[in-house]
Design a protein around this ligand. Sequence first.
Ligand code: GLA
Length: 397
Amino acid sequence: MNDMNTLPLLQEFRKRYPKSGTPQAAWAPGRVNLLGEHTDYNQGFVFPMAIDAGIQIAGALNGTERVNLYSLDYAAQESFLLEDIVPSVQNTWVNYIKGVFVEFQKLGLKPQGVDLVLQGNVPQGAGLSSSAALEVAAALLLNSLHGWDTGAVDLVKLAQKAENEFVGVACGIMDQFASMLGQRDHALFLDCRSLDYEAIPLPLAQRSYTVAVVNSGVKRGLAGSEYNIRRSQCEQAVEMLEQQLPGIGSLRDVGEEHLALVNALPDPLARRARHVITENERVLKGVAALKAGDLEEFGRLLNASHASLRDDYEVSCRELDTLVELALEVPGVLGSRMTGAGFGGCTIALVPQPSLPAFQEHIHKHYTERTGLQPEIFVFRPAPGAGIITGAGAPLS
Ligand code: GLA
């Protein structure tokens, strides 16, 4: 849900663009992935939830060939011409929006000049998909301002392409999908090959559990390049496995019954592929466990996912491992793991609601002692996905 007040956004819009017409506004949430990490670009399964923190953008067509933007968070403005969209070096946040314009242009649609103001409350560089939220909010708003009828899943694909092709990160589809199609109190069980999905109710409140999200404070500096390396290692593993398993298109087609073949690949390809194959299984088991109300099993799967990301996929780091260890020291915590691309960002933990104060105290005390960093702890509510905002601030769709 959009808990942010839209008033400052609209006031800023009026102040900056007094000649503009009445603005529309869009909201898109960030996401936390519960299970299924680095599986999306391998055509596998993921299980993210949208969160009640995100980005809102207000905008109106301005009758020119120019896009004007203002970010309340950065107190920064930019402007560019539609016929000449090139990456910004200084205000890199603008690139996510520029990428969306370029993708609409590639579809043969002709975006016009707009005046935009944006504001967010999803922590940046924390692996909570503030960039996907920005792309999705921009895509939704432009679609609405121009009266186009691009469907939600096509807008998701367009937002992903903006990131792949304009920003240059070869991300999968999970983040944009969760941001667009999240549902209140549910996580999305998504098949990244067919894009079929099922909203799974999270039986947390009934059992008095909560998903705590802990920001390690380590910015995902290396994530871009290391991320692309992991992706190409998976492609190399598929090429080698194809010799014994003709017809496989991706690691999604390789099951646990083929682990002996996988383990025979050269290092590190064996470990990279093993992570993806076992992680896909963990998503399937995790969804089944939640359907059966078995939070204990779900917690065990979180722990196994972390071990696999740490040892086989090697995308964790000392700080994330420390947060996971500390979380599991708190009585009643059922599981914990890093979430998102890795190399920093956040962990999640399945914490009994009554133990939340003890959890917070334990993490704050020992994490800073061990790393010198300040953790930030959030409890997000699984939220509905993106929408056009009405006057009261709630998404219409
Ligand atoms: C980032 C990417 C996603 C996904 C995760 C890892 O968040 O944007 O597409 O690959 O990393 O699971």
